[in-house]
Design a protein around this ligand. Structure first.
Ligand code: ADP
Length: 633
């Protein structure tokens, strides 16, 4: 097969440009990325050989080699791992599959200014391509374990790469960087220096569980035969006690397994002794990935058995609502052949899941007690996911509620826990009031809020889609019912200017005719029109019956493909509002009520708009309003 030249995919080209023009201030990390890929390749080969004993591969001495050639100014990172086939090289190296990287490029384009871009870079891993920060040409030679022929890939990072078959490739992958000319002012970053390379490996890759050896001419600075030197300690961090390991070392492990370039928010360690022994090292990232709520989000931590890597994304170890947690779990007593199916049913694994879940929740609790700012970051990034646990994990519901906090009408930036809410509830208040909706602004300005605001009653502002569901599932807290202010009849009790019983009865009588007539006119949309006790400023609002689905919930079920009947809601009128009074007067005086029917329709649409909804027929609504405005000119 002749040498073929290919063009990089557009995103790949953009990324390479960034690398070549050297946007990262810390170029040393290229080595971490290449070593990380090599380590993964070794993990994959060991596993493949375990699963398939007919695989024609040598796993007797799996390792990573670094080779410096000072005369040629090259640095080679070599592994004897799984390797890649010809097609795989084209797919994996020529395109950008990693969705995080694609997102990074999108954000980078949006951040036009240099400073914004600078901040973004460094947050995203760019893997293999980072080699182009330090090299003007990169050659990758690889042979997939079990295959006869290898592949050579070469590029200067400029837009094209070449692929050719290679007969002489050993098993695994070697990446050779032709280094850019040395910077005489910056000896520390000369990657042909043995000292520099040793330093970088120690700093970023010490925990890698495979030996990283320095070979070749540079390995022998004195005379005599070149003995390869192992640069890393290979100690599994999760098996060591916390005081032996530095924060930086934990962070580098996190970056290796998560492909995140930022430090984690929290490091959690657990070492279980006894009949079923295991060690866990878990991390809470500092940022939620953008695809956290998508179907194909890869969740779960890495599973090792007796130090042998078994699988990525082991979902059996943590419940779905902790899917953002990264890390390693190393179990002593599982079979190396364990499969995902077996794990799902294994009794020990379920016990591990329970224990790990409690451990994560308790560390969030300590974060909350000890470091308000860090907790606030946690909750902003992962609160919406954690709240799913209120619905799905009744065993841990109390623990999850204890670390959950909510926006509130009492303070623009403040959040409050249910416990705090109940503690500061005035005497006589029996319910925990909340409102759900699409955004802080829409719930804050909702007409449902009026009477509560006037009386200074605290209302929780719940704006995540999951909120609709968990409030129903939880129902009450410390004996206080969770009550939506947009549902059912609300009796807020006495207020200074409260009407007397007699006045109320009289008002009810005055409006009885209008309410009945409007209920009929609006029959298609609503089930009842009644007078409201929750409005002070607005003329009308729509509310749900106490046990009805809210529109947001209806939409959610539909989005999940479930059939739900449309629930009609209730229109409430403010009897003290001039517009409502006027309508009532017109109703009582007029014989021809056709115009009034349109007004009723408009009033209903306004109520829908006010809570952030949209009228069923917006075009018709606009026409009605426009006609009326015209008449006022
Ligand atoms: P990432 O490691 O984030 O997936 P990279 O660009 O570094 O992104 O690598 C892309 C893919 O190429 C890897 O996921 C892996 O499948 C493959 N790859 C990279 N380096 C090696 C290697 N040394 N051996 C085998 N496969 C590799």
């Amino acid at each position: 097969m002749p040498t073929e030249t290919f063009e990089f995919q557009v995103e790949a080209r953009q990324l390479l440009q960034l690398m070549i023009h050297s946007v990262y201030s810390n170029k040393d990390v290229f080595l971490r990325e290449l070593v990380s890929n090599a380590s993964d390749a070794l993990d994959k080969l060991r596993l493949a050989a375990l699963r398939d004993d007919s695989l024609d591969a040598d796993i007797s001495d799996l390792h990573i080699e670094l080779e410096i050639d000072q005369d040629a100014r090259t640095l080679t990172v070599r592994d004897n791992g799984i390797g890649m086939s010809y097609d795989e090289v084209g797919q994996l190296i020529g395109t950008i599959a990693n969705s995080g990287t694609a997102e990074f490029l999108r954000e980078l384009k949006e951040a036009q200014d240099g400073a914004g871009a600078e901040g973004l870079i460094g947050q995203f891993g760019v893997g293999f391509y980072s080699g182009f920060m330090v090299a003007d040409e990169v050659t990758l030679l690889t042979r997939r374990a079990g295959e006869k022929k290898g592949t050579r890939w070469t590029s200067r990072g400029e837009g094209t790469y070449t692929l050719e078959e290679a007969d002489d490739a050993p098993q695994g992958t070697s990446v050779t960087l032709r280094l850019k000319p040395a910077d005489p002012d910056n000896q520390l970053h000369d990657y042909t220096s043995v000292w520099t390379i040793k330093e970088i490996v120690k700093r970023y890759s010490d925990f890698i569980t495979w030996p990283i050896r320095l070979v070749g001419e540079a390995g022998s600075e004195d005379d005599g035969p070149a003995e390869p030197e192992t640069l890393n300690s290979m100690k599994a961090l999760w098996a060591r006690s916390r005081d032996e390991v530095s924060e930086d070392e934990y962070h580098e492990l996190y970056k290796h397994i998560s492909h995140d370039w930022r430090d984690p928010l929290e490091t959690i360690q657990l070492q279980a002794e006894g009949t079923f022994e295991y060690q866990a090292l878990l991390f809470v990232p500092s940022h939620a990935p953008h695809d956290l709520f998508t179907q194909d989000f890869k969740r779960g931590v890495q599973l090792y058995v007796k130090r042998v890597f078994i699988m990525d994304d082991c979902e059996a170890l943590l419940p779905p609502y902790l899917r953002f947690v990264k890390g390693v779990v190393d179990a002593q007593d599982l079979s190396l052949n364990v499969s995902r199916e077996i794990l799902q049913q294994d009794r020990h694994i379920r016990m591990m899941q329970r224990r790990l879940t409690k451990k994560v929740l308790s560390s969030v609790k300590s974060m909350m007690a000890g470091d308000a700012e860090r907790y606030a970051t946690f909750w902003r990034e992962f609160g919406a996911v954690l709240k799913e646990g209120l619905i799905t994990d009744s065993d841990n519901r109390d623990a999850i509620l204890a670390v959950s906090s909510f926006a509130t009408t009492h303070g623009a930036d403040e959040t409050v826990t249910l416990k705090q809410y109940v503690e500061r509830m005035p005497d006589g208040q029996e319910s925990i009031y909340y409102i759900t909706g699409g955004s802080r602004q829409s719930v804050d300005n909702s007409p449902h809020m009026e009477a509560f605001r006037e009386r200074g009653i605290e209302v929780l502002l719940l704006t995540d889609p999951v909120d609709e569901v968990w409030v129903d599932a939880v129902g009450e807290f410390e004996g206080k019912r969770l009550q939506s202010i947009a549902k059912g009849e609300i009796d807020l009790g006495a207020r200074g200017d409260e009407k007397s019983e007699g006045e109320r009865e009289q008002q009810a009588e005055e409006y009885a005719g209008l309410l009945g007539w409007m209920s009929e006119r609006l029959e298609e949309d609503i089930k009842e029109v009644r007078l409201s006790s929750r409005l002070t400023v607005s003329p009308a609002c729509v509310v749900a019956d106490a046990h009805d689905l809210t529109p947001a919930l209806e939409n959610m079920y539909r989005a999940m493909g479930q059939e739900v009947p449309h629930t009609k809601r209730i229109l409430e009128l403010n009897p003290d509002h001039q517009l409502v009074k006027g309508i009532n007067q017109a109703y009582r005086e007029r014989e021809d009520r056709s115009d009034l029917a349109e007004t009723a329709q408009l009033l209903y649409s306004l109520a829908v708009l006010a809570e952030g909804g949209r009228p069923a027929d917006p075009a018709h609504f606009v026409k009605m309003v426009a006609d009326r405005l015209e008449r006022t000119l």
